[in-house]
Structure formats: C-alpha cells, structure tokens
Design a protein around this ligand. Sequence first.
Ligand code: ZN
Length: 249
Amino acid sequence: MLDDVDLERYSRQLLVPDVDVAGQEMLAAATVLVVGLGGLGCPAALYLAAAGVGTLRLADGDRVELSNLQRQIAHTEAGLGDNKARSAARAVSAINRGVRVDVIDRHLDAVSMPAAVEGVDLVLDASDRFATRYALNRACVAAGVPLLSAAAIRLEGQLALFDTAAGGPCYRCLYPEAAADDGGLSCSENGVLGPVVGVLGSLQALEAIKYLVGMESTLRNALLVLDLRSLAVQRLTLGRRPECPDCRP
Ligand SMILES: [Zn+2]
C-alpha cells in the first residue's frame, strides 16, 4: 500500500498510465539483482532505487579505483578503495531509504551464482567478464529468471532481454564462445566514454521498470545495438540456437 509520502515521491511516474498505483506496488514488491556496480550498474541501480524497486541485491567484488570515477557515477572520491557493491549501496540508500539493499561484496562464480539469483524477479547483467556473464546466464536459465544484459565499449553499446522461461534465447545463444581473454569486452583495453555507459545503464533501468510493471518489452528476442558516435540504433532479432549447451532442454 502506498502512503502519502510515496504518492508524493513517485508522483511523476504514477502519472504515467502504464505505471499508476498498481505498477508502483509491483515495483515495491520486486527484487532485482544487479551484477556489476561499474559504469552500467551504477546508473541502473540508482534509477531503480529512485523508482522505488523494493529490494536491490548488489553484487561486485571489485574495489573503487580512481580510474572508475570518470563513469561509475554511484562512487565518489571518499569511497576510493571501498568495495563497489558497498559504495553503490550507500548511494542507493542516500537516494531512497525505503529500498532494501542486500550487498554481495565478492565475485560471483558458478558455485555462488545460483544462491544470488534465488528469489529474484529480474537480473541485470552489468558485468565486464565473460566468465561472470556465462555463470549468470546459466543460473538465470536454471531458475527461470529473465536476464537483462547490457554491454558498452568506446562509443558503442548493446542491450538484450533473455527470457528463456518464455521460450526465448539465452545469452550463450548469442555468444556461443567466450573470447580467449576478456579483451573483447574490456574498457581498460579499449576505453569508453562515461555517458555511453550512462545511456546503456539507463536503458537497462528503463527496460527493468517496464518489465516489472508488466509493460510489453520490444527487447524480448531482440538485441538493441547502439552506435553512439553516429547515434544509429539497430534492432536485431535473436533466435534460440538448438545446440546451445546452456539452454538446451
Ligand atoms: Zn542458449
């Protein structure tokens, strides 16, 4: 039930007919796992907290470094050296004390991932490692939890919603093989502009809100590819790969 303070705090999004009181209550009842509190996960977590998502589970084993502050907007100079999930949890609580925050301050792997995904309505993949992405994908497929995956590098970004419980493809249907190293994904090797991860992390939060309030997602079975140099947007249709080892029945 929304009280008067909630009605004022969320008044602008309550005015959006697709949200309204029913949607706001769905957000308040939702639990979202954000894996990676870097350039994508920071804006995504902040927007989800501001929107009133009831429980955020924030997972990251890295520490805040000076070179992160150019784009990872939940972290501050005062938080240098702190665990990123804890640092982001502080920023989330500063925006909205009503959000319950669970901190997972270590790297998730194939062993620890299933417990992190348990009881979650939606997972945001904002990590920068293929090993983490694959382990997360497998845990989401096993638990039947939809996976909203974003990536960004240089001036380019991608976004997709993988919902295998609804018959859609999984992350590994799109990326069957991990790169030999993480160079293909790494901002430390290839660079990235801050607003590029900001755009992608914001889109990730937007799609999460749409999903949680029951709006139809046009990202289902699709990959959104953004070239933020030319501002060209492509939407590619994705299909299941029958031989995919991760989502094969
Ligand atoms: Zn698959």
